[in-house]
Design a protein around this ligand. Structure first.
Ligand code: FAD
Ligand code: EPU
Length: 343
C-alpha cells in the first residue's frame, strides 16, 4: 500500500484499541483524520481487495483472532451548531468525537436529550450502529440524521432517522448496510427546555435517595454516572465490553411459563405478545455471576458483563460466552444473542 499522506502502521498490537484489552495483531492500521484520508484508504483497500474493519473506540468489538487486513481507526473531529433557536439546538458531530465528552459538553451548555447516555464509552460514529441506549433513552430519540460514506460509490449520503430503521440495539447499519458504509457524522436535536426522563428504576431510586425532586439535566447526568460506576467496571481498570448479550425479547407465553417457576423473573412488555427479559437476571440466576476461569470471567456486580482479568484471550472470552449461551438455552429455553461484534 503506497504510504502517501496516510498514517499507516503495520503488525499492530490491538490490545489498547479495544476495551476488552485482549491481545491480537492487525496486519495494517490506518489513522483516519479526514474525509480525504478515508477515501484514499478505501481506494487502496479496494485495489488490494483487502479485508477491512471500521473501528471507533473498540468498546463493542472483541478480537477473537488476529486481523489479516486493514483497520480504519476513525478520528474525524468537529462539533458544529447547524441551527439554534430559543427552544432547541441542532448539532452536527463528527464520527471520531468521544461520545461521553459530547454528553458532558451538551449538559454544560444546558442542552437536554442525551444526559441519560452519559459514560457510554466509544465514539460518536458508532452510536447509531446499535442505537445506543441506557436509563430509558435511546439515541434514536434525538437523532435527526446520519451522514455516511457509501463504500461502493464513494459518495456521501444522508440517512434520515426513519431511514436508519432504529430498534433496540439495531439499525440499518448493522443489517442491510453492514460493511457498506462508514458513518462520518451525526446530527442531533437537543432541547433548551428539556424535561429529563427519570423513569428507569435505578435512576429514579437514586435521585429520590438523594432527595432530588425536580432534577436538572446535570442532576440526571451525574446520577446516571453514579449508577453506572456502582455496577459497571471501568474498562481502563478491567477489560470489558459492557453488556455482552442483548436482553432477549420472548413470547409472552414462554414468559408466563417461566414466571410460574421463577416468581421474581423481571419482564418489560414490548408489545401485547412480546416481553423483554434482562439477560443479566438469567445469567445471574443460572449461577454465573462472579464465575472465573483463568483470566476470563463474569463480573461480580453485573452478570451481563464478561471481563478480562488481565491475560484472557479473545477466544477464551468467546468460549465463556458460548458456555453461558448454551446454559441459558438449556435452563430457560431462551436463545441469547451477542451484542458485542466478534472479529
Ligand atoms: P466500536 O466498538 O469501535 O465499533 C462497534 C461497531 O461499530 C463495529 O462493528 C464497528 O465496525 C462499527 N463502527 C464503529 N464506528 C463506525 C463508523 N464510523 N462507521 C461505520 N461503522 C462503525 N452500549 C449501549 O448501547 N448502552 C450502554 O449503556 C453501554 N454501556 C457500555 C458500558 C461499557 C463499560 C462498555 C465497555 C460498553 C458499553 N456499551 C453500551 C457498548 C458500546 O460502548 C457502544 O456500543 C458504543 O457505541 C461503541 O462505540 P465504539 O466507538 O467503541 O465502537
Ligand atoms: N440483574 C440481575 N443480576 C445481574 C444483573 C442484572 O438480576 O447480575 C437484573 C437487575 O436486578 C435488573 C435487571 O436485571 O432487574 C436489569 O439490570 P440493569 O438495570 O443493570 O440493566 P441491564 O438490562 O443489565 C441494560 C443495557 C445496558 C444499559 C442499562 C441501563 C442491554 C443489553 N444492556 O442493562 O447497556 O446501560 O440497561 O439502561 O440492553 C450495553 O449495552 O453495553 C449496556 C451496558
Amino acid at each position: 500500500m503506497p504510504e502517501q499522506n496516510l498514517r499507516i502502521s503495520k503488525n499492530v498490537d490491538l490490545s489498547s484499541f479495544a476495551t476488552m484489552h485482549v491481545s491480537a495483531k492487525a496486519k495494517t492500521l490506518i489513522e483516519i483524520d479526514s474525509l480525504e484520508d478515508l477515501i484514499q484508504a478505501l481506494h487502496e483497500i479496494k485495489r488490494e481487495e483487502a479485508n477491512f474493519l471500521i473501528l471507533g473506540g473498540g468498546s463493542n468489538v472483541l478480537f477473537v483472532n488476529d486481523f489479516d487486513g486493514v483497520i480504519l481507526n476513525i478520528n474525524l473531529r468537529g462539533i458544529e451548531i447547524l441551527e439554534e433557536t430559543d427552544e432547541q439546538v441542532l448539532l452536527k458531530v463528527a464520527a471520531g468525537e468521544n461520545w461521553h465528552e459530547l454528553v458532558l459538553y451538551c449538559v454544560s451548555n444546558g442542552w437536554g436529550g442525551i444526559e441519560n447516555l452519559a459514560l457510554i464509552p466509544g465514539k460518536v460514529g458508532a452510536a447509531p450502529i446499535q442505537n445506543i441506549g441506557a436509563y430509558g433513552v435511546e439515541l434514536s430519540q434525538v437523532l435527526v440524521d446520519v451522514e455516511a460514506l457509501m463504500i461502493e460509490s464513494m459518495t456521501l449520503e444522508t440517512f434520515s432517522n426513519e431511514e436508519c430503521k432504529f430498534g433496540y440495539r439495531e439499525s440499518i447499519f448493522k443489517s442491510d448496510l453492514k460493511g457498506k458504509t462508514v458513518i462520518t457524522s451525526i446530527t442531533i436535536a437537543l432541547s433548551k427546555n428539556h424535561t429529563p426522563n427519570t423513569e428507569y428504576g435505578a435512576l429514579k431510586s437514586l435521585l429520590s435517595a438523594k432527595g432530588i425532586e425536580n432534577p436538572t439535566i446535570k442532576d440526571v447526568c451525574d446520577t446516571v454516572i453514579e449508577v453506572r460506576e456502582s455496577k459497571l467496571p471501568d474498562p481502563s481498570e478491567l477489560g470489558n465490553n459492557g453488556s455482552f448479550f442483548k436482553n432477549p425479547v420472548i413470547d409472552v407465553f414462554l414468559f408466563n411459563e417461566l414466571k410460574k417457576k421463577y416468581k421474581d423473573l423481571p419482564g418489560y412488555p414490548v408489545t401485547e405478545h412480546l416481553v423483554k427479559v434482562p439477560a443479566g437476571w438469567l445469567i445471574d440466576t443460572a449461577g454465573w455471576k462472579g464465575y472465573r476461569k483463568g483470566d476470563a470471567g463474569v463480573h461480580e456486580k453485573q452478570a451481563l458483563v464478561l471481563v478480562n482479568y488481565g491475560n484472557a484471550s479473545g477466544a477464551q472470552i468467546y468460549k465463556l460466552s458460548e458456555a453461558i449461551k448454551q446454559d441459558i438455552h438449556q435452563k430457560f429455553g431462551i436463545e441469547l444473542e451477542r451484542e458485542v461484534n466478534i472479529v
